[in-house]
Write a protein that binds this ligand. Structure first.
Ligand code: FAD
Ligand code: FES
Length: 482
């Protein structure tokens, strides 16, 4: 079993359409932004390339927390105590707001969260982290007996929450429609490239607007700097039926990348376990999934693996999201680099962008500005770009010939076919697809992802179906036939 399928609820956009604000993307970020603007009397149109919830929000594990991913101590180093407190308070307010917007379909529940270590040598680090967690405004208690297998010590953070993300994104869409917003599904918008665009082309017509918000998760402007600063990662989730119930709480360990765990069902006998993140198109997907399963089996008495899936996230090079006006533009806004905490950050983005559009000041405006100089080492950004640089080099490397007859169902590869670089796969139904291996965004060389059965672009995380149809990320068009 994989992610739940999502039916179309809203029409396609056709002809010429006019609005105050065009929001591109119908995930938690786009729909929360639309709702925030509508509540301030602004006319809003949301265009979604696929269906509402088809993006990462629908594949998220639904932890709602305000603990910084880089840790409280690092956040204080980056933003100072006041800035770190502001960001934490904004995320706490986001959880309250999400709670207010939920109905019973969203399965919202308040639960404690535990940040813990399995390694005694990390005791000092986690102790410092605990002291700083309290400084940034988290209601935290030290715990010698964190209620999860193999934990040594950690701390509990009170008043965090869990949610059914797909139900919540549908709820947001219903609220947007109720407040008079227009939503169009299967309506792909071309990314803004001008300093002050006043209309954009969609797959079915045009939209004229005063302001445009790019809420497509990744960068969707012509800022090369933003692409460099928000590399794409893939994270995996397993739903497992276990013999002993897990306490009703959120858990993260301190490994890098970290593992995250919570109950998936009310009785605690089915749990969600996530982690094993790696750069999109640059890891061994089946190995990552097997490693996550082993990690789960080593800690829980697993009766059955119920389902497993992966989705993409965009990791900011300095650990802080990019929210605000795009550098060098007059009316283009963005929220990207939301990392693995985008449910709260996407909600924070909405009120921040709405405030800034109204000309109000926001305490996080400079810290999170897409125009800021990242607070991180240049070496981190350079190291992150090595896979992309290596990828472009593959265009000129000699390639092995592909023997199509040798490909089993579900297998794919890039190689020479009739003397031409070709992406060839045999899909699960046995049908063979022969495609251009060159990503339609900026020419990355694609890689077959056997877990997702997709062609993935290691450069900026573009993703295409086995038959070449564009699925996700910055590309706007399908792959060409070979
Ligand atoms: C496996 C996994 C687990 C996670 N778990 C958590 C968690 O527990 N808690 C947490 O806080 N965060 C979590 N995250 C991160 C979080 O899910 C994301 O940060 C968040 O969902 C991003 O929301 P979004 O609305 O920005 O993007 P999306 O939900 O991806 O929405 C963007 C939408 O834009 C659409 N789009 C793209 N291009 C266009 C275009 N040109 N025109 C029109 N529409 C377009 C897409 O189809 C998509 O529907 C997780 C991430 C992953 C990968
Ligand atoms: S080159 Fe940008 S997603 Fe492929």
């Amino acid at each position: 079993m994989r992610r739940r399928s999502i039916n179309q609820q809203f029409p396609l956009l056709t002809g010429d359409h006019q609005t105050d604000v065009l929001v591109i993307g119908g995930g938690i970020t786009g729909l929360s932004t639309a709702l925030e603007l509508l509540s301030r009397g602004v006319k809003v149109t949301v265009c979604e390339a696929n269906t509402i919830g088809a993006g990462t929000t629908g594949g998220s594990s639904g932890h709602l927390d305000a603990h910084p991913e880089q840790g409280p101590s690092r956040l204080i180093e980056q933003l100072g105590a006041e800035g770190a407190k502001s960001l934490t308070e904004a995320r706490l307010r986001a959880i309250d707001l999400i709670e207010k917007r939920c109905d019973e379909s969203c399965s919202f529940g308040r639960v404690p969260a535990y940040f813990y270590t399995e390694r005694r040598e990390n005791l000092d680090a986690i102790c410092n982290s605990f002291q700083d967690a309290k400084k940034i405004g988290l209601d935290a208690n030290w715990m010698e007996n964190v209620p999860i297998s193999r934990a040594i010590v950690g701390y509990q953070i009170n008043h965090m929450a869990k949610i059914d993300c797909l139900a919540y994104v549908k709820r947001l869409a219903a609220l947007v429609a109720e407040y008079g917003g227009r939503i169009f599904e299967h309506t792909m918008v071309s990314g803004p490239v001008e300093a002050k665009p006043s209309s954009l082309q969609t797959s079915g017509g045009t939209v004229a607007f005063d302001q445009v918000v790019c809420a497509v998760h990744c960068n969707y402007t012509n800022s090369q700097r933003l692409y460099l600063q928000t590399p794409a990662y893939q994270s995996y989730v397993i739903a497992a039926k276990v013999r002993a119930a897990l306490p009703d709480a959120l858990f993260w360990d301190d490994s890098d990348p970290y593992h995250y765990v919570r109950r998936a069902t009310a009785d605690g006998r089915t749990i969600l376990v996530g982690g094993q993140d790696h750069r999109t198109g640059n890891g061994d997907e089946p190995v990552a999934l097997r490693a996550l399963e082993s990690w789960t089996r080593e800690r829980f008495d697993v009766e059955e693996i119920v389902s497993q899936w992966s989705a993409e996230l965009f990791e900011p090079s300095d650990g802080l999201p990019f929210i605000g006006k795009v550098a060098g533009t007059e009316n283009v806004w963005i929220a990207t680099g939301l990392s693995g905490i985008g449910l709260t950050l996407g909600t924070v983005s909405a009120s921040m962008i709405a405030d800034l559009m109204e000309g109000k000041q926001h305490p996080l405006e400079d810290h999170l500005s897409p125009a800021r100089t990242p607070i991180g080492s240049v070496s981190t950004v350079v190291a992150e770009q090595l896979p992309a640089a290596m990828n472009f080099a593959q265009r000129i490397w000699p390639a092995q010939s592909v023997d199509v007859e040798q490909l089993s169902a579900g297998e794919g590869t890039v190689g020479k076919l009739h003397d031409k670089h070709t992406a060839v796969c045999r899909d699960q139904t046995g049908c063979v697809h022969k495609l251009s291996p060159i990503c339609t965004h900026m020419g990355g060389v694609l890689r077959w992802n056997p877990v997702e059965q997709t062609w993935d672009c290691p450069v900026h995380g573009g993703r295409f179906a086995a038959d070449g149809k564009r699925l996700y990320g910055p590309p706007e068009t399908d792959l060409d036939e070979a």
